[in-house]
Structures are given as structure tokens and as C-alpha cells.
Write a protein that binds this ligand. Structure first.
Ligand SMILES: Cc1cn([C@H]2C[C@H](O)[C@@H](COP(=O)(O)OP(=O)(O)O[C@H]3O[C@@H](C)C(=O)[C@@H](O)[C@H]3O)O2)c(=O)[nH]c1=O
Length: 184
């Protein structure tokens, strides 16, 4: 198991499990609680999500103020560009973003701790699976504008397919941030 930091963030990680291929196909362990012992001590997952998106879809950027969710994201089919934005006001990387390609081919998983906004763009038709460390809390969900000029996230397409909800995303400057010291 290879675990590397995702760019500038101290607590976002790319996990690359070993894959054992033979003439039948392949085998891999797709989840082990111990992978997270060092990088996210104490985390426990309570909800699994699966979404399918056609190529050219952008979902996000989402976070929830109550029950903030850590997410372990992977792709079963296709290819996505996954983006995280640090929404913790006291963080040294507050307001910064990173993007990581996750695909069925590279089998990488991205660990995103609570306190980040999350979204992805589908480079191909994609089945995306992710484990969440807390339950969905619609009432406190927030949508950060994917094309906020201040954030200037480099998406691969200028006009992705975006839900009506995500079209109403809020600019980073006007967004609600996480202020709990516990998230740092
Ligand atoms: C996220 C979520 C949605 N839903 C429902 C609400 C709605 O009717 C329908 C579709 O919801 P959405 O349009 O918000 O789905 P989607 O845009 O795929 O939302 C997801 O986006 C990615 C980027 C994330 O990081 C996730 O945490 C989640 O916010 O599913 C649940 O029942 N449970 C959930 O956990």
C-alpha cells in the first residue's frame, strides 16, 4: 500500500493499494480500516455513496457545516478529476485547492478529511464510490461555486453539465467556513 500526500495539503492523501493480476484478472483489497490509522486516526465510516455520471459532468463543490464528512473516494469505472478546497478558516492552506485524477485504471483512492469542499469532473463515463465518516445532512449542506474566479480551479472543460443546485453555488468570499478548531 502506497500512501502519498496530495499536493500542498498536509492531511489529504492518495492511497494506491497493490493489485495482484494473473491470467484470471486481478485481486485487490479495496478497503482496510488500518490504511487510515496513521493518516486519519479514529475515523469510522457510516455511509457509502455510489454515483454514476456521464462524461462531462461536474458535481460540487459540496460540504456540510454540521456533521462534516471525511470521504474516501474511488472510481470503479471511467476517470474523474477530483478537486478539494480547504474550507477551514484557521488552516494554513485555507482557500487553496488541489486536483487528483482517480480512475478505474489507476485504482487510486483519495482521502479527504472533514473540512474540505469536494467536487469532481468526469473525464469519461464514471462510477464513483465513496465512504463517508458522517451521515448526509441536507440542511447544512453548502455548495461552493465551481467556477469561482477567486479560486480559479483549473477544470478541463469550460461548460460542464452541472445540476441546478450546483449552478447556485456561492463564491468563496461569501461562503460559510469551518471554524471549529477540532477540524485542524
Ligand atoms: C449526497 C446525498 C444525496 N442524496 C440525495 C439528495 C438528492 O435528492 C439526490 C442527489 O443529490 P446531489 O445532487 O447532492 O448529489 P451529488 O451532486 O452527487 O452530491 C455529492 O457530490 C459529491 C461531489 C460529494 O462530495 C458528495 O458528498 C455529495 O455532495 O440524492 C442523499 O439521499 N444522500 C446523500 O448522501
Amino acid at each position: 500500500m502506497q500512501i502519498t500526500r496530495a499536493g500542498r495539503f498536509a492531511d489529504v492523501y492518495v492511497l494506491t493499494p497493490p493489485v495482484y493480476s494473473d491470467e484470471r484478472g486481478f485481486f485487490m483489497e479495496s478497503f482496510r480500516a488500518s490504511w487510515l490509522h496513521d493518516i486519519a486516526p479514529g475515523v469510522q465510516f457510516v455511509q457509502d455513496n455510489h454515483s454514476f455520471s456521464h462524461a462531462g459532468v461536474l458535481r460540487g463543490l459540496h460540504y456540510q457545516l454540521q456533521q462534516p464528512q471525511g470521504k474516501l473516494v474511488r472510481v470503479m469505472r471511467g476517470r474523474i478529476l477530483d478537486v478539494v478546497v480547504d474550507m477551514r478558516a484557521a488552516s494554513p492552506t485555507f482557500g487553496q485547492w488541489e486536483r487528483v485524477e482517480l480512475s478505474a485504471a489507476n485504482r487510486c483512492q483519495l482521502w479527504i478529511p472533514p473540512g474540505y469542499a469536494h467536487g469532481f469532473y468526469t473525464l469519461e463515463d464514471a462510477d464513483c464510490l465513496y465512504r463517508c465518516s458522517d451521515y448526509y445532512h441536507a440542511a447544512s449542506e453548502r455548495v461552493l461555486r465551481w467556477d469561482d474566479p477567486q479560486l480559479a480551479i483549473q477544470w478541463p472543460a469550460a461548460q460542464p453539465l452541472v445540476s441546478a443546485k450546483d449552478q447556485q453555488g456561492v463564491a468563496f468570499a461569501e461562503a460559510d467556513y469551518f471554524t471549529e478548531p477540532g477540524l485542524l
